[in-house]
Design a binder for this molecule. Structure first.
Ligand code: NAD
Ligand code: UGA
Length: 466
């Protein structure tokens, strides 16, 4: 089956970059990315490529090349579905905030809405691809809706989870470790649908990296991959605390264990805690699924990854308070970074939000400098926690466009995001303009501790005894 038109529902961090790369690599396929959020679509269509709604290194060039040729962004969802041979669902699947499973299960209302809309707008048979991260067996519900609410057309459901990481999305899409395609391997139509999607990726991904499995394995592999990755971060973070009490150095430990080829060196970077829209949500979802099957020990095992992460964020905030003589009330504290990692403007579940919340509870005045995050976004994030009034949040938290202004007069600086530019700051100038003793809390172990100590700073770095 030859695919000539693709529609992707959801123009977010996954839908936008993924479809831009498909369009760039397959100029003969028309790719339409649709979204109900008109402002987002307008931003994707913006002439100024620096105003795209998702910041990812290299993305502007790819969008610039393909947009208007075979890549289109639109809010006409029905029309794009009708035209397409293949429809990707790439909408958000956040943790439920209400009802049964509140705080753990994935909220699938947007997925159901898409399935119903695909069924009603279709005027031909289609392949429907789950790109969103979904609980295992969601395809069953999607198929039931498609088969029972449509106009008699046939649908094949594929699972094609996305493994890109933010900040390196373009690299990850252009050169993925693997592409995973789950489908109905028991029927000819199912195998044909899998092959149609394999053929799309085969334009640039070597065939040995394109894996096909049954749908359930594919859905579960996505949750499993994120759970394993997050577990590594929590493992190293848990040991960073032990290092601080024993004069072992977490970097030396991480390097030593990472040399074991069975362990490997990646994802052993200690930090103030992992953030991002997916690790926590996907593990909570895994925990919920396990409990719903009565697998309580398995659920408890994975839940511990989240508990350690919460503990890591909390102990970082407590360390700041304790080092500032047990009171931060009325003191200026500067945050370098608000995004959940460098090279992205995404702040979802960023450790910075939770550390800020704890310090604001103590009456601190926080000034934030982040090269890619707007002040409005910071207020949205902190207001969303509902810990205090909006007025109070605006009184206690501000953002600064200039890192030196952000640091001037501060009692302490906390590094929350590992933006490279923080290394290059004039630290002597910052030292001269701060309250003494000058304290730095490096939540990313980004800065040169020895160099800063030579200037006169007191430096706390995760997993290193001071
Ligand atoms: P996002 O919130 O950035 O984007 C989702 C978009 O879907 C939004 O713009 C929203 O307006 C749109 N939408 C929702 N319902 C719609 C509907 N009925 N019709 C049209 N548009 C609709 O989310 P995201 O970060 O792109 O994540 C999407 C999915 O991909 C999630 O399941 C996530 O777990 C998964 N995922 C995300 C990442 C990542 O790095 N962000 C990586 C891998 C997988
Ligand atoms: C993660 C996975 O890496 C992707 O494969 C997956 O597709 C994606 O989730 C998803 O499903 O959304 P992402 O969250 O974008 O990608 O970024 P990561 O590089 O995984 O970092 C996640 C968090 O862990 C960040 O806050 C990062 O700073 C932190 N981290 C990562 C550490 O603290 N230490 C590390 O060694 C690695």
């Amino acid at each position: 089956m030859n695919i000539s038109k693709i529609c992707c529902i959801g123009a977010g961090y996954v839908g936008g970059p993924t479809m831009a790369v498909i369009a760039q690599k397959c100029p003969q396929i028309q790719v339409k990315v649709v979204d109900i959020n008109q402002a987002r679509i307008d931003a994707w269509n913006s002439e100024d490529l620096s105003a795209l709604p998702v910041y990812e290194p290299g993305l502007d060039a790819i969008v610039g090349e393909a947009r208007g040729r075979n890549l289109f962004f639109s809010s006409e969802v029905d029309l794009a579905i009708e035209e397409a041979d293949m429809v990707f669902i790439s909408v958000n699947t956040p943790t439920k905030t209400y009802g049964e499973g509140k705080g753990q299960a994935a909220d699938l209302k947007w997925i159901e809405k898409c399935a119903r809309q695909i069924a009603s707008a279709s005027k031909s048979n289609k392949i429907v691809v789950e790109k969103s991260t979904l609980p295992v067996r969601t395809a069953e519900a999607v198929k039931d809706i498609l088969d029972n609410t449509g106009n008699g057309y046939k649908f094949q459901i594929l699972s094609n989870p996305e493994f890109l990481a933010e900040g390196t999305a373009v690299e990850d899409l252009l050169d993925p470790d693997r592409v995973l395609i789950g489908g109905d391997t028991s029927t000819e139509e199912g195998l044909e649908a899998i092959q149609a999607l394999v053929d799309v990726y085969a334009h640039w991904v070597p065939s040995e990296r394109i894996l096909s499995t049954n749908v359930w394995s594919s859905e579960l592999s996505k949750l499993t991959a994120n759970a394993f990755l997050a577990q590594r971060v929590s493992s190293i973070n848990s040991l960073s605390e032990l290092c601080e009490s024993t004069e072992a150095d977490i970097y030396e430990v991480s390097r030593a264990i990472g040399k074991d080829s069975r362990i490997g060196p990646k994802f052993l970077q200690p930090s103030v805690g992992f953030g991002g829209s997916c690790f926590q949500k996907d593990i909570l979802n895994l925990v919920y699924i396990c409990r719903s099957y009565g697998l309580f020990e398995v659920a408890d095992y994975w839940e511990q990854v989240i508990k350690i992460n919460d503990h890591q964020k909390g102990r970082f905030a407590k360390k700041i308070i304790k080092s500032l003589y047990n009171t931060v009330s009325g003191k200026k504290i500067t945050f370098l970074g608000w995004a959940f990692k460098k090279d992205t403007n995404d702040t979802r579940e960023s450790a910075a939000i939770y550390v800020a919340d704890l310090l604001l509870n103590e009456g601190a005045n926080i000034y934030v400098y982040d090269p890619k995050v707007s002040e409005d976004q910071m207020y949205n994030d902190i207001d969303y926690l509902n810990t205090r009034t909006k007025v109070e949040n605006r009184r206690l938290l501000q953002s600064e466009f200039d890192p030196y202004a952000a640091c001037k007069g501060a009692h302490a600086i906390a590094v929350l995001t590992e933006w490279d530019e923080f290394r290059e700051l004039d630290w002597q100038k910052i030292y001269d303009q701060m309250q003494k003793p000058c304290q730095i809390f490096d939540g990313r172990n980004l800065l040169d501790k020895q160099k800063l100590e030579k200037i006169g700073f007191r430096v706390y770095a995760i997993g290193k005894s001071s």
